[in-house]
Design a protein around this ligand. Structure first.
Ligand code: GDP
Length: 299
């Protein structure tokens, strides 16, 4: 129900428009396909993925001799599911122990909120979590993480503003070792306008983690803001150049009609979308599932 509610803006635009097309056309012709393409692009599905979907749909129509536009809806839903599942069915594991989650992403996408939501969920699963405030560029970032830490009862390792992020991470890894923390979640800076520095910093942070990993497994999660639409797609490209991304968290799906960006991300990168944010509260982080997602949209 929360997912359905969260996706209501995308449903109201994308799905309502699609249904309008399927019901208003008498026959399946090029005009219909053009309108279909426009609708998908307007919902931030992106040109590449839109072209892929409509080409596949044309092909199926030809092969199965489909003539009724109403029959296109289940066919399109099937294709959308395939595209989403293509990115990998891997589920995010909240029962994990001995993991270091490196959280990367541009400022404002919802990194800190996502970290708090993750920490709260892991705590619910009786895991000992340690947060590491390695965004030392903004004092507010550390403060915000400490406030969350206090609220959910999770310790936060931090330094002064302007400190070397690698030093905070080094201390964080040592603290995780001595406290025997199950999970370490590392916040990082996201100043994209100094792209080269940012990427060098991320690489360094990553190196410090792996050198002090102590038998844990490193997983890098990229946080993206769904309301930025195709910008989110570009951010994947930029971050992928600096660090290997193991999974994506797509936030703010509740505040946008641009939910089609899920398809673009799933189709263009072989990176699983692990989690989605559908609100600001700590419960508003959900495991992403292609079937549940398409159902919430289309049913
Ligand atoms: P950061 O700069 O990447 O650490 O971003 P923050 O975690 O500070 O989040 C920026 C804003 O987005 C805050 O106002 C959050 O409450 C809000 N936010 C984060 N995730 C979500 C979400 O899934 N849905 C909504 N509606 N807001 C979110």
């Amino acid at each position: 129900a929360r997912l359905k509610e969260g996706l209501s803006k995308t449903k109201n635009s994308l799905v309502t428009n699609l249904e309008g097309i399927f019901s208003s056309y008498q026959k399946i012709d090029e005009e219909l396909f053009t309108e279909l393409e426009d609708t998908l692009i307007m919902a931030d599905v992106g040109v590449e993925t839109t072209t892929y979907l409509t080409d596949q749909l044309r092909e199926t129509v030809k092969q199965q001799k489909v003539s009724d536009p109403a029959q296109l809806k289940p066919l399109l839903i099937g294709l959308i599911r395939q595209v989403i599942e293509g990115a990998g069915r891997k589920q995010f594991n909240f029962d994990a122990r001995d993991k270091v989650l490196l959280i990367v992403g541009v400022n404002g996408v919802g990194k800190t909120t996502t970290i708090a939501k993750l920490a709260a969920r892991f705590s619910d699963h009786r895991r000992q979590v340690l947060l590491v405030a390695a965004d030392t560029f903004r004092a507010a970032a550390t403060e915000q993480l400490m406030q969350w830490g206090e609220r959910i009862g999770v310790p936060v390792i931090h330094h002064q503003e302007g400190a070397d992020p690698a030093a905070v991470v080094f201390d964080g890894m040592a603290a995780a070792q001595s406290r025997k923390s199950d999970l370490v979640i590392v916040d990082t800076a996201g100043r994209l306008h100094t792209k080269v520095n940012l990427m060098e910093e991320l690489k360094k942070v990553r190196r410090i983690i792996t050198q002090n990993i102590g038998g844990r497994q490193l997983e890098t999660l990229l946080v993206l803001d769904a309301t930025t639409g195709q910008n989110a797609v570009n951010q994947v490209k930029v971050f992928k150049e600096a660090v290997a991304i193991d999974g994506i968290v797509l936030t703010k799906l509740d505040g946008t009609a641009k939910g089609g960006v899920v398809l673009a991300i799933a189709h263009q990168f072989q990176i699983p979308i692990y989690l989605i944010g559908v609100g600001e509260k700590k419960e508003d982080l959900q495991e992403f599932d292609a079937l549940a997602f398409t159902r919430a949209l289309f049913e």
